[in-house]
Design a protein around this ligand. Structure first.
Ligand SMILES: [Zn+2]
Length: 381
């Protein structure tokens, strides 16, 4: 049986999540610690940092802000503009951008910022999508790499040393203590926690015969380049009390558009609206670890006292782990077509990545019909 945090609904199967002797997970403990944080002092520290990196003569940008167009990045841009910063916003385009994601990107530009969108060679990218799905069970691997490499490459090219990231996922979601306390995103963080799953960009040229010249955008700048510009990154979530729902509310006041209903596999309508492949990514997380996005979202709400744990459990059972027949209304077959994976092939890949310690599967049929949760067998399909 899977052990769950006794406060939120996170299972111990989450990689790097530590549940202590009282049955409480690291992410809940991190959240407790927020009560003792002097946010005024942190805000002062942030002002000082921004001031230190501000372009004194106004001849360059003050900072780079990686933006996806989502509620958090909209919030980041609003806050930085409020603080008088002049940011250069950078988007690494997602694998399969949804129209609502495009609308929200346009909205960020119209907040009044300079903006760069970097699109990688789509022919190579589709090959990488397919290869990553097949080899490490993560269709979103190229996206996870690009959202970290592109802003850093832009920082080097434009010689803007400060990168302002959003939240520290290890703090909010409960990674190792040292990573959780980090306020700086480093190459080591990317390699350990950035979602590479052991597949490195260099592997793509050796294993998949993709030439290095097509992988530039997936490659982190060299240490020499980073130190020449003095590139450093901070998490805004370290300096301001970070709350996704509140960010979404503020973002909406500034033109961010949520989805019309909770997104498939989700309990919210304001998250992950920019990539049709996200449903597949989340489903594989479920197959590997027995939980997915609804669990993550329920935990955030439970910790903030906005949802009872029982309600969270109910929503998780209802939403997590549904076969991703569609995402943002687009049918799975259409999402798979560009990467030339058929439905049959897709279910075979699902089978291969299904954690047999967590799931009972019907051999030869669709995977994950039953899920063992706290002693209950639940039909998921
Ligand atoms: Zn917890």
């Amino acid at each position: 049986m899977i052990r769950y945090c006794t406060r939120c609904v996170m299972p111990e199967t989450k990689p790097d999540l530590f549940i202590d002797e009282d049955g409480v997970c690291r992410a809940c403990r991190n959240f407790d610690q927020r009560a003792g944080i002097d946010w005024d002092a942190r805000r002062t520290e942030l002002d000082q940092l921004l001031d230190k990196y501000r372009s004194k003569e106004g001849t360059n940008y003050d900072c780079i802000v990686p933006v996806s167009g989502g509620k958090d990045s909209t919030f980041q841009v609003i806050k930085l503009l409020e603080m008088g910063a002049s940011p250069l916003c950078v988007t690494a385009t997602t694998d399969d951008l949804a129209p609502i994601g495009r609308t929200n990107i346009e909205n960020i530009k119209n907040l009044g910022v300079d903006y760069i969108e970097f699109s990688m060679n789509p022919v190579v990218r589709r090959r990488v999508n397919r290869l990553a799905l097949d080899q490490v069970g993560d269709i979103s691997w190229p996206e996870h790499v690009a959202i970290f490499t592109i802003p850093v490459r832009v920082a080097v090219k434009y010689e803007v040393p400060l990168i302002v990231w959003g939240e520290n996922a290890q703090n909010e979601y409960g990674g190792p203590a040292t990573a959780a306390q980090d306020k700086v995103l480093t190459r080591r963080w990317l390699e350990e926690f950035g979602g590479l799953l052991g597949l490195r960009t260099t592997d793509l040229s050796s294993q998949a015969d993709i030439e290095p010249k097509h992988l530039i955008a997936y490659t982190y700048p060299t240490d020499e380049e980073l130190s020449r510009v003095g590139v450093t990154g901070i998490y805004l979530g370290h300096f301001l009390p970070w709350d996704g729902m509140e960010n979404a509310r503020i973002a909406q006041e500034y033109g961010f558009i949520p989805y019309g209903e909770p997104v498939e596999g989700s309990i919210e309508n304001y998250e992950n609206l920019d990539n049709f492949q996200t449903g597949i990514h989340d489903y594989f997380k479920f197959l590997k670890y027995g939980f997915a996005r609804a669990t993550d979202q329920a935990c955030l709400q439970i910790r903030r006292g906005r949802m009872a744990r029982e309600e969270g459990q109910r929503l998780v059972r209802e939403r997590d782990g549904r076969f991703p027949w569609s995402y943002l209304g687009k049918p799975l077959e259409e999402i798979l077509a560009p990467i030339e994976v058929s439905l049959d092939e897709f279910t075979r890949i699902c089978d291969r990545f299904t954690n047999k310690k967590l799931f009972l599967t019907d051999v030869g049929k669709r995977p994950c019909l039953r899920w063992l949760v706290e002693g209950m067998l639940i039909h998921k399909y």
